[in-house]
Design a binder for this molecule. Sequence first.
Ligand SMILES: *[C@@H]1O[C@H](CO)[C@@H](O)[C@H](O)[C@H]1NC(C)=O
Ligand SMILES: *[C@@H]1O[C@H](CO)[C@@H](O)[C@H](O)[C@H]1NC(C)=O
Ligand SMILES: *[C@@H]1O[C@H](CO)[C@@H](O)[C@H](O)[C@H]1NC(C)=O
Length: 280
Amino acid sequence: MKTVTKRHWVLISLHCFLVGSLVDSSSSSSRLLSVTSKVGNQVVLPCSWKQRLQLTPSACHVQWETPADTVFEMNGKDKWEAEEFEGRVEVPEEKLGSGNCSLIISDVQIGDSGRYESFMVVDGMTATKTTKTKVFIQSVKLFVFDHKSFQSRGPGEDLVLDLYTRHSVRVVFQDRNSSEWSVLWMREDEDSERLQRHPVNEQLTMRKLKSSDEGIYKVLDERGLAVSTVQLSVEENSTALKRHQLPEKQAPTDDAVRSSCSALLLFSVLVTSFQIIHLL
Ligand SMILES: *[C@@H]1O[C@H](CO)[C@@H](O)[C@H](O)[C@H]1NC(C)=O
Ligand SMILES: *[C@@H]1O[C@H](CO)[C@@H](O)[C@H](O)[C@H]1NC(C)=O
Ligand SMILES: *[C@@H]1O[C@H](CO)[C@@H](O)[C@H](O)[C@H]1NC(C)=O
């Protein structure tokens, strides 16, 4: 009877029990992956515990950390995420069970750049008690870059400025001749005649451009980091206007085609007759 109870207790503690210790410790620990993205996209920081550990695939406990902080932790059904990553980080539970501990970061921010490390927390056992062991799995370097573009518009046209992320809170503008930056838009602003925010997409439309709108636009996030830089030129003959002029070039008319054909025919007749004369 006593042995049965003991076995029962052992089964319960097998959740993420470290069965065969580390499988492949040397090669994995020296491996450093890097992931690159632009602000606002979704990134996947790869992680696979299958090569490192032999675990029973249920109720696994994963941790993702930066040198400063824990970013995400999931132990069975219990999840925890750091405040600055709220609603943006996830390790799909069903994938974790099958060995994939990759961290999905949505709406990635410039400030998310840096080094991330993943760990599996496993229950080890001594004769008398269970112990928690944190096993290093993967190190990933994340690089997040801003968007840069050059735009050209004609006067009276509109400019759609991408904000890329809901964390973009300000747009500042520096006109062509000035070294000063002025605030053009803040997230809490109401739409105006000239500036309208798209109800769903993270986009701002500037209506009816004037030549004084020429200059540099910077979209800034909550930390004041540049999410996007757009250099705008407003010119009478912008590429958009030039494109409209293209169809004016007239295609050759039927008459013109026919007359050039007959000219060619006449020419070849002359050449042939010349050759005949020459042969005689
Ligand atoms: C692991 O899961 C992520 C998404 O959670 C996926 O993008 C990736 O391809 C998966 N990796 C493998 C090796 O299946
Ligand atoms: C910028 O300077 C140019 C001459 O260098 C001038 O023609 C133009 O009007 C100025 N633009 C603004 C917005 O002050
Ligand atoms: C724009 O193009 C027209 C003709 O194509 C030309 O006459 C005019 O000077 C140009 N304007 C500028 C500002 O380049």
